[in-house]
Design a protein around this ligand. Structure first.
Ligand SMILES: [Mg+2]
Length: 263
């Protein structure tokens, strides 16, 4: 049941490679642990482990889903040995610029909500390390404890996020994510979406969504209606206009990415 938590729109933020940059190389760390998990639990060679990991990632958007469907792996055990085993304390540190950006958003105009394909333990750990855990009203995560879990870009995940955040109308949903696939699907549902590209990424052949940005700071420019009037617009190049290139579905190599998801 969708609760009525107010008339304000909701801004959904992805976490991994979105609230912190890809240059932190968390995905690479995670990929190593995922491959190790495949090798250990499925008795595979390193090469076969990587191949199967990437195959499940492409087919399900989440490597763990293939493990559960085909190998009866306990997803919570996987989570403890992959996401929760990441040495994040050494990698992710408080980000004052991110905090300032989130503080400058006028919460009387929009509510902030996290939307991740990771399990809740990982999601909460990351935002706490970034020093922004108190900025969000809630989190919608991939529930590894559920019999069948649902993750982005499945439209049921977006519906779950809306229900949990208490927003019934897709027109009231705003979203930023680094995954082309996730952004494309969110926009198809009517969410106003900004695809966050890494500064080093080429423009995709086909834009994922209406907005395309290379820094979260650009949210100030494309959604000025949500920022306090006193907020300073950073002098940053804006790239939200350009039409761009190839439909870069998340490459298998990027599969390694956060929790093996399109997160
Ligand atoms: Mg992400």
């Amino acid at each position: 049941m969708v609760q009525n938590l107010g008339q304000r729109p909701v801004f959904f933020f992805d976490i991994d490679n979105c609230l912190y940059p890809r240059s932190k190389r968390v995905h690479e760390c995670m990929s190593v642990l995922i491959d190790k998990y495949f090798m250990t639990h499925l008795s595979l060679s390193a090469e076969d482990a990587t191949r199967l990991h990437n195959k499940y990632y492409r087919e399900y958007g989440l490597a763990i889903e293939g493990l559960v469907r085909h190998h009866k792996i306990d997803p919570l055990d996987y989570n403890s040995k992959v996401d929760d085993a990441l040495p994040l304390d050494d990698i992710i540190t408080p980000d004052p610029q991110l905090r300032k950006l989130l503080e400058d958003i006028d919460k009387s105009k929009v509510r902030l909500w996290l939307l991740t394909n990771a399990y809740i333990t990982h999601g909460q750990r990351v935002v706490k390390l970034l020093g922004v855990d108190d900025m969000f009203e809630g989190i919608t995560f991939c529930d590894y404890g559920a019999e069948r879990f649902v993750c982005k870009p499945d439209q049921r995940m977006f519906a779950k996020a809306q229900a949990e955040a208490g927003v019934s109308n897709a027109q009231e949903c705003y979203f930023v994510d680094d995954s082309h696939l996730n952004c494309r699907h969110a926009q198809a549902l009517g969410w106003t979406t900004a695809h966050l590209l890494d500064p080093s990424d080429p423009d995709p052949a086909t834009r994922a969504s209406k907005y395309q940005i290379r820094s979260l700071e650009e949210l100030r420019t494309i959604f000025p209606q949500f920022f306090k009037s006193t907020a300073q617009v950073e002098a940053q190049p804006v790239s939200n206009g350009s039409e761009t290139a190839a439909d870069t579905e998340v490459a298998p190599s990027a599969a390694a990415a956060s929790n093996g998801t399109a997160a």
